[in-house]
Design a protein around this ligand. Structure first.
Ligand code: CMC
Length: 431
């Protein structure tokens, strides 16, 4: 983190304090308040962390005003078009695009770890068949720490690397098994001659009586969905992973914490909620009614797949996703898909409405992804698990960066206490 000679002045009760300003490579600089409490005796107040940088990072950057997302400096639209998921994983994890040999070696290592410990199959059977696959994923990913004892020591770089590869390799297997379990079909083992996306599609859709012919266009679309969700700087689930692991918790448990946070409808759960909303709207003539509800402060309803904490412009991922939706639906011969028509018309009407324009609310990554996933054959309950598979590499990259940082401290926010002042305990008969 580059320090500069610039500083900010803070005046409290007539006394002036200098606070250093740290310079960012891109985006806002930050006022360094690390010594604020020690020197001044006050905390800062920022619920929801709207103005607080919780760490420095070299992985991902979002320019919300411009609608730019870049990983290690490369814009997401170029990565979505020219790269593929495992190459993006390498980039996020190690900082640079791989050479051919480095990529082959990385792909080999991931491929060698796709199977789950056989004993874990029995754990699935403990869940109810109608469990949400996210509930199963939370349990199974946490349970990895009970099966892979040789990669739990976060202070050993080799064990961190093994845990990294294991999670990237096993996450599609766990998600696919969660799906198979909930539809009552036998698990399909991974096949290491297939690429990452094709293998995932096959594990979800093959059955013992009929293998699944992987359509290369669908597998490319699946890979692109993984790529578009791979990382997103300090979002809620990533911050959860950082906070959970700052205590020294093992990597599998920390990633399970990220999955929990992702599940919520304001975050990764929005893709499921969005498709359900589009289906509920059903036909374009009902759109004005839903836009009216979204604008009504007395109605908790929000347009799902719309708005973002950081983007005040088009989410660049949504642009690629919209194009991908058109391609996939055309391939499958369902261009006149009514849900896509509702989505496009809803986007158009919202972007012409002063409420959404003035608040800079644009479609986000979750707006079109569900339409593609549904067309591929996934039920809505699998949308967020697929997000979790994709985001695992982001969580791990950020976790590795944090653990390697010599400044690492346990994450421990402060508070503005508004409760009762000190008082004496009152015996129950006197209350
Ligand atoms: N529909 C209607 N109004 C909205 C929406 C929406 N989708 N999003 C924000 N607003 C309004 C909100 O009511 C508020 O109005 P006011 O200033 O009058 O109180 C204003 O816009 C700012 O919203 P906020 O809730 O203060 O903003 P935030 O940064 O805390 O929330 C968000 C960001 C993504 C949680 C929110 O936009 C939202 O709930 N969107 C719908 C859920 C969604 O699509 N989430 C996926 C996000 S992208 C993928 C991911 O992160 O996983």
């Amino acid at each position: 983190m580059a320090e500069t000679t610039r500083s900010a002045k803070l005046t409290i009760d007539g006394k002036e304090y200098d606070l250093p300003i740290l310079t960012a490579t891109a985006g806002p600089d930050v006022i360094d308040i690390r010594k604020l409490y020690a020197d001044v005796g006050v905390f800062t107040y920022d619920p929801g962390f709207t103005s607080t940088a919780s760490c420095d990072s070299t992985i991902t950057f979002i320019d919300g005003e411009e609608g730019l997302l870049m990983h290690r400096g490369y814009p997401i639209d170029q990565l979505a078009e020219k790269s593929h998921f495992l190459e993006v994983c390498y980039l996020l994890l190690y900082g640079d695009l791989p050479s051919t040999t480095q990529l082959e070696d990385f792909e080999d290592r991931v491929t060698a770890h796709t199977m789950l410990h056989e004993q874990m199959h029995f754990l699935f059977r403990g869940f109810r068949r109608d469990s949400h696959p996210m509930a199963i994923m939370v349990g199974m990913v946490g349970a990895l720490s009970a099966f892979y004892h040789d990669s739990l020591d976060i202070n050993d770089p080799w064990q961190r690397e093994v845990a990294t590869i294991r999670m990237i390799a096993k996450m599609p297997t766990i998600a696919a098994m969660a799906y198979k379990y909930t539809v009552g079909q036998p698990f399909v083992y991974p096949r290491n001659d297939l690429d990452y996306a094709s293998n995932f599609l096959r594990m979800c859709f093959a059955v013992p009586t009929a293998d699944y012919e992987v359509n290369p266009i669908l597998s490319r679309a699946m890979d692109r969905i993984f790529t578009l969700h791979a990382d997103h700087e300090q979002n809620a689930s990533t911050s959860t992973v950082r906070l959970a692991s700052s205590s020294g918790a093992n990597p599998f448990a920390s990633i399970a914490a990220g999955i929990v946070c992702l599940w919520g409808p304001a975050h990764g759960g929005a893709n499921q909620a969005c498709l359900e909303m589009l289906k509920e709207i059903g036909t374009p003539d009902r759109i004005p009614e839903y836009i009216k509800r979204a604008k009504d402060k007395n109605d908790p309803f929000r347009l799902m797949g719309f708005g973002h904490r950081v983007y005040k412009n088009f989410d660049p991922r949504a642009k690629v996703m919209k194009q991908s939706a058109d391609e996939v639906l055309e391939l499958l011969g369902i261009e006149d898909n009514p849900t896509l028509q509702v989505a496009k018309e809803l986007e158009k009407q919202a972007l012409e409405d002063d409420y959404f324009v003035s608040k800079k609310l644009f479609p986000n990554v979750d707006f079109y992804s569900g339409i593609i996933l549904e067309a591929m054959g996934f039920p809505t309950s699998m949308f967020t698990p697929i997000f979790a598979v994709s985001r695992t590499v982001g969580w791990i990259s950020q976790w590795k960066e944090m653990i390697a940082d010599p400044q690492l401290k346990i994450g421990r926010p402060r508070q503005l206490y508004k409760g009762a002042e000190l008082r004496d305990y009152v015996d129950i008969e006197n209350r």
